[in-house]
Write a protein that binds this ligand. Structure first.
Ligand code: ADP
Ligand code: MG
Length: 383
C-alpha cells in the first residue's frame, strides 16, 4: 500500500492545528491536496484554513475513525499527540511518522535513553522517577536543569537548579512528575537540522540553522549556521542516523548543543520545526512541502537555499509593549524592509510567550541580513 504515491486531490489528515500544521495545510493545498485537521481548539490556526476541521480531542474515537475512513494518509505537527492514536490510524491508513518514533520523541526519558543506547553524543543526564534519583545523582550534574519528561515545550516544565536541594524543591514543584536532570552546559551556540526521510530510507537535509533562544524560546535562527563545514556535516549525519534508527518517514528536526567545538544532541522533534520556517522563503522547497512529499510517497526534493536568511520569531509580547492592553504591532515598519517576509499565524489572542508569527530576512551576505533582521526586530518592539 505504502509504495504507491498518493496524488492530488487526495485528502491528507494533519493531527494538530498550530502554525506548523497551518503551513503544512498551505503547502499541501498549493500541491493540490485536500487537508483535514484534527485539533480540539475551535479556532486553531491550521483548522481555520483546512478543508475540514475536526474539532475534537486527539484520542476521540469518532474523529479518528472518520480520518481512517476518508483520508489517504495522516501526519502530525505536534509531538504530544497520543501515540496510541497514531498506532490506531496506522492500522487503517499510511501514518507517518510512526507511533513508535513519536513515542520516543515525546518523552525526554525515552528520548535520552534512545540517544544513549544508540551511541549518539548527548549531554550528561540522570532519569528522575523519585527523590532518591536526585539524592544519588552525580555531583557533576550540578548546576543543572530539571525538565519534566512529558509535555514541556518552549522552556516550559524546566527549572535551573544550582544545587541538589534546589533540584529536590523543583521536582516537588513539578508535582513529582517523571523528569530528567541534565547538566547545564556552557554552549558555544545551538544548531538544528531539519531532514526528510522517505519510505525507501533516502534522506534529504536542509541547511543547518544556528538558533538563539531567549528565556527558553527560539528567538532568532541564522542560516547557514556560523559553524565549520565539518561540524555542519556532522550535524546532518547524526540527524540522518537518528532517523534511520527510528525507521523514520517524514520530516524530523534535531536540535544540537555545540560545546567547546563538539556537538551534542539536545532533542528531536518528529515534525517540521520552528527553526525551519526559513525554508518557506529561502529554499527551493519548504520543510512543509517536503513533509507532504514524504507522507505521500513522492520523491523528496534536494533542498537548496537560494539566499542566506535570518528568521525572527514574533511572540505575543510585541502586542503588549506599550502596556497591559494588547494592541496590534505596527506591521508597516516590517513591510517597509526590503527582502523581509512577514508571516502571521492568525491567532486571535496574543499572550506573552505565544508564537504569533515570524519574519525572515533574505539576502546574499549573512552579516548584512543579520543586521537588517535585528534592526527590524527592535523596531517592532523586541529586545
Ligand atoms: P524545549 O522542549 O522547551 O525546546 P529544550 O530542552 O530544547 O526544551 O530547552 C530549551 C532551551 O533551553 C535550549 O534550546 C537551550 O537554549 C536551553 N537549554 C536546555 N537544556 C540545556 C542544557 N542542558 N544546558 C544549557 N542550556 C540548555
Ligand atoms: Mg528545544
Amino acid at each position: 500500500m505504502e509504495k504507491i504515491a498518493i496524488l492530488p486531490p487526495a485528502t491528507l489528515a494533519m493531527l494538530g492545528g498550530g502554525q506548523l500544521g497551518r503551513f503544512f495545510v498551505a503547502a499541501a493545498h498549493e500541491m493540490g491536496y485536500t487537508v483535514w485537521v484534527l485539533d480540539p481548539d475551535t479556532d486553531s490556526p491550521a483548522g481555520r484554513i483546512a478543508d475540514r476541521h475536526l474539532c475534537a480531542a486527539y484520542d476521540d474515537v469518532h474523529a479518528l475513525a472518520e480520518i481512517a475512513a476518508h483520508c489517504a494518509a495522516v501526519t502530525t505537527e505536534f509531538e504530544n499527540v497520543p501515540a496510541a492514536a497514531l498506532a490506531y490510524l496506522a492500522q487503517k491508513i499510511p501514518t507517518h511518522p510512526s507511533a513508535d518514533a513519536v513515542r520516543i520523541c515525546q518523552n525526554r526519558i525515552a528520548e535520552k535513553t534512545f540517544l544513549r543506547d544508540n551511541g549518539f553524543a548527548h549531554g550528561p543526564f540522570a532519569i528522575v522517577l523519585n527523590e532518591t534519583d536526585i539524592e544519588s545523582a552525580s555531583d557533576d550534574l550540578f548546576p543543572g536543569i530539571l525538565k519534566v519528561a512529558r509535555f514541556g515545550y518552549d522552556g516550559k516544565g524546566q527549572a535551573v537548579v544550582t544545587t541538589r536541594e534546589a533540584a529536590l524543591a523543583a521536582y516537588r514543584n513539578l508535582q513529582s512528575e517523571p523528569a530528567v536532570l541534565e547538566k547545564r552546559l556552557a554552549l558555544d551556540c545551538e544548531v538544528s537540522v531539519v531532514i526528510a526521510r522517505d519510505m525507501q530510507g533516502r534522506v534529504q537535509c536542509f541547511p543547518v540553522a544556528e538558533n538563539q533562544h531567549t528565556r527558553g524560546i527560539l528567538d532568532v535562527s541564522i542560516v547557514p549556521a556560523r559553524v565549520t563545514a565539518a561540524l555542519a556535516d556532522e550535524a546532518r549525519n547524526i540527524a540522518g542516523q537518528i532517523a534511520a534508527r527510528l525507521d523514520y518517514v517524514g520530516v524530523l528536526a534535531v536540535e544540537f548543543f555545540v560545546c567547546a567545538g563538539r556537538i551534542f544532541v539536545n532533542e528531536m522533534a518528529p515534525r517540521p520545526h520552528n527553526s525551519g520556517h526559513y525554508t518557506l522563503d529561502a529554499c527551493t522547497v519548504s520543510q512543509y512541502e517536503q513533509q507532504a512529499r514524504a507522507l505521500c510517497g513522492l520523491p523528496l526534493h534536494d533542498p537548496r537555499a537560494h539566499s542566506v536568511s535570518v528568521m525572527v520569531n514574533l511572540l505575543g509580547d510585541c502586542w503588549f509593549d506599550t502596556g497591559d492592553k494588547a494592541r496590534e504591532p505596527d506591521w508597516k515598519s516590517l513591510y517597509a524592509v526590503p527582502n523581509l517576509k512577514l508571516h502571521l499565524y492568525g491567532k486571535r489572542q496574543a499572550r506573552p510567550g505565544r508564537k504569533m508569527g515570524h519574519f525572515t530576512v533574505l539576502g546574499d551576505r549573512l552579516d548584512e541580513v543579520l543586521n537588517v533582521a535585528l534592526t527590524a526586530r527592535q523596531e517592532i518592539g523586541i529586545g
